[in-house]
Design a protein around this ligand. Structure first.
Ligand SMILES: Cc1cc2nc3c(=O)[nH]c(=O)nc-3n(C[C@H](O)[C@H](O)[C@H](O)COP(=O)(O)O)c2cc1C
Length: 148
């Protein structure tokens, strides 16, 4: 997660990856943050919307050149013949963009998950965990408890 505000929670990815293709078909998604050692989890469900081009460009520009070239070179989640072919492709993009700013690839952007539900989970003994659910009804968040 790279950003959050009142509108939602933003992550970036390759739009051709499995999750990118899945979101194109169905924008209902969940984000899951599980901290085992802290015995806590937060699950957010809602709708994924692409961030606008400007927001994605600004974030992409903040990444290191290595990460920028890597974004161009990676066909995220496709089968890779060898590590060498990926490294070769990165070197090629670095050469092509030498002395220039690396633009954001057209297949790489951010998604904002606009939340409908946020569940806070706290581990308790005997599997009797605390589960606190916030749900959006219209423009009002309501709070309830769930059985563990
Ligand atoms: C610490 C960590 C951070 C990650 N950050 C991202 C990320 O920002 N964007 C992303 O697409 N994948 C990220 N990944 C990789 C994803 O878990 C996943 O392997 C990848 O997105 C491919 O999934 P997909 O083909 O279903 O889209 C991260 C993985 C780890 C372990």
């Amino acid at each position: 997660m790279k950003a959050y505000d009142q509108r939602g929670f933003v992550f970036y990815t390759n739009t051709g990856s499995r999750k990118g293709r899945d979101i194109r078909e169905n924008k209902s998604v969940a984000l899951l943050f599980h901290w085992k050692s802290l015995k806590r989890q937060v699950r957010i469900t809602g709708a994924a919307e692409q961030v606008d081009e400007e927001e994605a460009d600004i974030y992409f520009a903040s990444r290191s050149r290595g990460s920028q070239a890597g974004a161009w070179a990676s066909k995220q989640s496709d089968h890779l013949q060898s590590r060498y072919s990926l490294e070769e492709s990165i070197r090629e993009f670095e050469k092509n963009f030498a002395d220039k700013a690396i633009p954001r690839p057209p297949f790489w952007t951010g998604y904002r998950v606009v939340p409908r539900e946020i569940e806070f989970w706290e581990e308790e003994d005997f599997r009797l965990h605390n589960r606190i659910l916030y749900s959006l009804e219209g423009s009002v968040w309501s709070k309830s408890l769930l059985y563990p």
